[in-house]
Design a protein around this ligand. Structure first.
Ligand code: NAI
Length: 669
C-alpha cells in the first residue's frame, strides 16, 4: 500500500523507500545533473515528501535523507534563480522555501541526514532543519573543506532560514563566522561547530548510523540548540562587543558600499539576537534587496564566467598528466612546483643552482606544514616534491614547465635541449610573461608541442593561468594543457600569443597612467593608490608597480610599446637600483614587506574621479583585446565574459563591478 502511495508522488529528483522497519528513506538524486542542487522543482518535490511523511507519521519511525551523488547538495541552483529580478517574485519564492524548511523542522517524526562530501549554501540550510546529522569523514572527505555558506561570495546571505537556524544551533560566533567569511569547514570542523552530531568513516555507516538513531528515538523528537556558552554572545551586553569585533574584521576585508550583504546580516543578528522568529522575518524581508543589488548580479555573473572558464578545459584526449617536470626553481618555478605537488602531481624540479633548489625544498616544506598541518599529509606532499638537479625527470614527464630567466636566447637553447630528452607526446610549456611563442619555438624541431602556461605571482594563490596559443600549436596539446590547469584548481583562459597576452597588456597602461600622474605631481602616490583601492582594486597601482618590480614593469611596458617619457621618475629609480619591494625601496620605502606611507592622502578631492582617470586605460585596452579577438572562444559568444573573468582573476579588478568591460558598458549607458 505504501509503495502505491509513494508512486503517486511522481518524483523525478528523489528516490523514496518505506523500509520494513518503517523508516522513510529519501535519496536525493537530481535529474539530469551531475550534482544535487536545489531549484524550484526539487523543493516542490521535497515538500510533497514532507507532506507524505506527516500524513503517515503514525506508522513511520523517522525520515532519513541521503544523496545518491558523489556529493550531498551543492546549494541552490544559481541558474534557476538568476532571472528573478522583481522583489515580489523573489519574496514569493523565499516564503515558499521557508514554509518547506519550517515543515521539515517541525515534522511529526524524527529526522536524520547523512552528508557525503560537499554540502553548501541551501544544502547546509536543508540539513540544519534536520534534527540529527551524520557526516562522512573518510580519506576522500577528511581534508576537504566542504561544508559552508558561500552566499556572501555571491553578494547575498543565506535566505532559506540559514541565518536563524545556524545561529540558534551553532551559536552566534560559529554561525556568523561561517556566514560572514564564506569559508567552508572540514568534517572535523563541522563536528566541533555543532553541524555534525557524528562522524563516520564509510558511506555505508551513514545509513546505519541514521537507522540506529531513528530506531532508538522510537518517534521521540530531540531538538538541537546551542548550549549556554555558545549562546552567550546573544546576551545584549556581550553582543555589542561581538558585533563591533565582527564589523571591524569585515571592514578590513570588504567595503560596505561595494559589499552590503555581510553588513546587513550582521545588523539582522544585532537587531534580533535570540529572538529567532524576528530574525527569520528580517532574513526574509531583506533578502530580495540583496538578491537584486548590482553587487549580487555582478558577483553571480562572475560565478557563471568562472564556470565558463572551467568549461574551456575540455579535452577529448585520454592522456592525463601525472608527472610534471619544472625547470627553474626561482620565484615562479618554485611556487608552481609547490602548487602541483600539493594537488597530487609528482613533481621533479630542476635548476642550475644548488642554492635555489635547496631554498625551493625549504619553501615547500614550510608551505606544506602551514597548509596541510597533518604530518602524514606533509610527508606525502614532500615525497611528491622531488629535487632533480640533473633533469632525470624529463624522460618520464607528461608536461615540462619552463620558468627560467626571461631571456629569449637562453629559453631557445633550453627548449632545444629539452626536446631531445623527452617523450614524443610530452607537452612543453613556457611560463614566459612576454616573449611570443613563435620566437621561443624557432629552435625546436617540433614547435607544435609548445604552449604557454602563464601563471601569476604568487602562483599558488592567484587563480588564473593564461594558456598561450600560437597559430601552429597542436590543438590536442593545448586542450590537455587547459584541462591540466583546471584539474589543479585554477581557471584556464586561452589567449593568443601576442605581446602582454591579456592580463599584462591591460595592467601595463593602467600602471603607467598612475606613474605619469604621480610624476606630474598633481597627486601624491598615497592619494592615487587610495583612490584605486576605494574603487575596489585589491592594491593601488603604484604599490603594485613596486611589488612586481619596477625593472620588470618597465620591460613589459617597452614590450607593449607604451610611451615612457624621457627622464621619468621610474627610469631614475631603476638607475638608482631602487626596484621596489625586492630592494626595499622604490616609489615607497618597504619595511617587513609593507610599503611605508610618508604623505597623507589629499583632502577635499574626488577620489572616484582620480580612480577613473587612472583606470580608464585598463578598460580601453580590454576593449581593444575584445576587438582583436585576443581571447580564444570557439563560437565567439563569450569573449567579453572571458576577458572580464581573466581580468578579475588575473588582476583582482573590483569583483563587485563584474569586470572591466561590464563596467565600461555601464558607464556608457
Ligand atoms: P627567477 O629569476 O626568480 O628564477 C629563475 C630561475 O631559473 C633561477 O633560479 C635560475 O637559477 C634558473 N635558471 C636560469 N637558467 C636556467 C637553466 N638554463 N636551467 C635551469 N635553471 C635555470 O625568475 P622568475 O621570476 O621565477 O621568472 C621565471 C619566468 O617566469 C620568467 O620567464 C618570467 O618572465 C616569468 N614570470 C614571472 C613572474 C613574476 O612575477 N616573477 C610572473 C609570471 C611569469
Amino acid at each position: 500500500m505504501s509503495a502505491n502511495k509513494l508512486d503517486k508522488l511522481k518524483l523525478e529528483n528523489f528516490n523514496v523507500k518505506w523500509d520494513c522497519e518503517n523508516i522513510l528513506w529519501v535519496i536525493i538524486d537530481c535529474k539530469d545533473k551531475s550534482e544535487n542542487t536545489l531549484d524550484i522543482e526539487v523543493l516542490a518535490e521535497f515538500d510533497k515528501i514532507l507532506d507524505f511523511a506527516n500524513d503517515n507519521a503514525k506508522e513511520l519511525k523517522g525520515l532519513g535523507l541521503l544523496s545518491a551523488k558523489k556529493n550531498f547538495i551543492m546549494g541552490a541552483d544559481v541558474n534557476s534563480f538568476a532571472d528573478l529580478n522583481e522583489h515580489n517574485k523573489i519574496n514569493e519564492l523565499i516564503n515558499k522555501a521557508h514554509l518547506i524548511f519550517d515543515k521539515l523542522d517541525n515534522l511529526k517524526i524524527p529526522t536524520a541526514c547523512g552528508i557525503n562530501g560537499f554540502c553548501l549554501g541551501g544544502g547546509l540550510e536543508t540539513v540544519l532543519a534536520f534534527k540529527y546529522r551524520v557526516v562522512l569523514n573518510n580519506q576522500e572527505t577528511k581534508y576537504k573543506s566542504s561544508i559552508g555558506f558561500p552566499e556572501v561570495k555571491l553578494g547575498i546571505y543565506p535566505g532559506f532560514g540559514g541565518t536563524f537556524r545556524s545561529i540558534s544551533q551553532l551559536g552566534p560566533i560559529n554561525a556568523l563566522t561561517m556566514m560572514l567569511t564564506g569559508k567552508n569547514l572540514k568534517p572535523s570542523g563541522a563536528k566541533a561547530s555543532g553541524i555534525a552530531h557524528k562522524l563516520v568513516d564509510t558511506k555505508d555507516k551513514l545509513r546505519w548510523t541514521i537507522r540506529r538513531k531513528l530506531l532508538k528515538l522510537d518517534g521521540k523528537i530531540e531538538k538541537t540548540k546551542a548550549g549556554f556558552f555558545k549562546s552567550l554572545p546573544n546576551n545584549p551586553l556581550i553582543s555589542l562587543f561581538v558585533y563591533n569585533k565582527f564589523k571591524s574584521e569585515l571592514k578590513k576585508k570588504a567595503n560596505p558600499k561595494h559589499y552590503p550583504a555581510p553588513y546587513k546580516l550582521l545588523d539582522i543578528w544585532k537587531e534580533s539576537l535570540s529572538d529567532y522568529a524576528k530574525m527569520q522575518k528580517l532574513e526574509k524581508a531583506n533578502f530580495a534587496e540583496m538578491m537584486t543589488s548590482k553587487t549580487a548580479r555582478n558577483l553571480q555573473r562572475i560565478f557563471y564566467i568562472s564556470n565558463a572558464m572551467k568549461g574551456l578545459a575540455k579535452s577529448a584526449s585520454d592522456k592525463s598528466i601525472r608527472n610534471v617536470h619544472i625547470i627553474g626553481a626561482g620565484t615562479m618555478g618554485c611556487d608552481i612546483a609547490i602548487h602541483c605537488a600539493g594537488k597530487g602531481y609528482r613533481v621533479t624540479i630542476q635548476d642550475l643552482s644548488d642554492d635555489m633548489l635547496k631554498k625551493a625544498k625549504t619553501n615547500a616544506n614550510k608551505f606544506f606544514k602551514k597548509r596541510l598541518k597533518k604530518p602524514e599529509l606533509i610527508k606525502q606532499a614532500m615525497t611528491r616534491f622531488i629535487i632533480d638537479k640533473e633533469g632525470s625527470g624529463l624522460s618520464s614527464a607528461d608536461v615540462v614547465i619552463e620558468a627560467i630567466v626571461e631571456n629569449l636566447e637562453v629559453k631557445q637553447k633550453l627548449f632545444k635541449e629539452v626536446e631531445a630528452k623527452v617523450a614524443k607526446d610530452t607537452i612543453l610549456a613556457t611560463n614566459t610573461s612576454a616573449i611570443p611563442l613563435e620566437k621561443i619555438a624557432q629552435s625546436m624541431a617540433d614547435k607544435t608541442r609548445l604552449i604557454g602556461l602563464h601563471f601569476f605571482n604568487p602562483a599558488h594563490t592567484l587563480p588564473l593561468v593564461e594558456i598561450i596559443k600560437s597559430d601552429f600549436v597542436n590543438q590536442e596539446f593545448l586542450e590537455i594543457g587547459a584541462k591540466f590547469v583546471k584539474d589543479m584548481g585554477k581557471f584556464p583562459l586561452i589567449v593568443k600569443s601576442s605581446p602582454g597576452f591579456l592580463v599584462n597588456r591591460v595592467l601595463a597602461p593602467y600602471i603607467m597612467s598612475a606613474l605619469k600622474l604621480e610624476d606630474k605631481g598633481t597627486y601624491n602616490k598615497e592619494t592615487i593608490d587610495k583612490a584605486c583601492r576605494e574603487f575596489g582594486m585589491p592594491m593601488g597601482p603604484i604599490e603594485l608597480a613596486d611589488t612586481v618590480g619596477l625593472d620588470i614593469m618597465l620591460n613589459v611596458a617597452k614590450e607593449l610599446k607604451l610611451k615612457i617619457p624621457k627622464g621619468s621618475k621610474v627610469e631614475k629609480l631603476i638607475q638608482d637600483g631602487k626596484l621596489g619591494r625586492k630592494t626595499n625601496s622604490g616609489y615607497y620605502d618597504w619595511k617587513k614587506g609593507r610599503p611605508v606611507e610618508t604623505e597623507s592622502v589629499d583632502k577635499n578631492i574626488d577620489l572616484s574621479e582620480i580612480a577613473h582617470t587612472v583606470l580608464s586605460p585598463l578598460w580601453v585596452e580590454a576593449k581593444s583585446c575584445l576587438d582583436e579577438k585576443i581571447v580564444w572562444d570557439k563560437d565567439r559568444q563569450k569573449s567579453s565574459d572571458l576577458i572580464d573573468g581573466g581580468i578579475i582573476f588575473g588582476t583582482g579588478f573590483a569583483p563587485h563591478l563584474g569586470g572591466a568591460l561590464n563596467y565600461m558598458k555601464s558607464l556608457n549607458k
